[in-house]
Design a protein around this ligand. Sequence first.
Ligand code: ADP
Ligand code: MG
Length: 238
Amino acid sequence: MSGVKLTNVRKSFGGHDVIRDVSLEVPKGDFGVFVGPSGCGKSTLLRMIAGLEETSGGKIEIGGRNVTAVEPAQRGVAMVFQSYALYPHLSVAENMGFSLRLSRAPRAEREEKVREAARILQLTDHLDKKPSALSGGQRQRVAIGRAIVREPDVFLFDEPLSNLDAELRVQMRLELTRLHRQIGATMIYVTHDQVEAMTLADDIFVLKGGHVMQSGRPLSLYDDPDNRFVAGFIGSPA
Ligand code: ADP
Ligand code: MG
């Protein structure tokens, strides 16, 4: 069963091809990582999967359903961004539950989802605090919590750790791995950081110039790169 499948996906901005014929598949429940240098099209690809950007061609399927023309809210995806602007005047619990206010779920049910997300993210003791009282890592966890409460089939992460310091990044990587094991949802994670890609991924997709250069299990890319770009990119430490 496929989690996310792209077939011949393209994107151009004003005649400039940014994504060129990308076909790939992240199996259901896997942790897929798109890795590549700045400007190679990682965010554009993720935004097309989320439905925040239209494709210029090709097909996007989620859970076997063609969602190419489906609006973002109906795709069963939730995205976590690099800049995780939280509402400063709302508590942690209110920030996490905010998107659920639009759903018709009863209040008790919404509160239970927030409590469950807080438990997974070890934020239970911080639910009544304002974001300003939290550390950077805790704030990033609240941003992830906002995605968890929506119970998406697919989590999309766009460089969520790049604003954190090195020590915290290592810690959050472990937490993301734990989160993935615990929730079991399909996750797609975008980064320019090779170490992050190698440690997080079940499947890696190395991008360059809007094209997938090579994909596979992290160790198989490391041991058997198809070309110099992949060898240099995956082989050399960040
Ligand atoms: P990455 O996330 O890998 O750094 P992006 O997907 O953000 O790369 O961008 C890929 C290319 O597409 C870049 O050259 C960027 O300038 C261009 N691009 C991205 N979004 C737009 C847009 N809305 N309009 C025009 N060009 C864009
Ligand atoms: Mg980007």
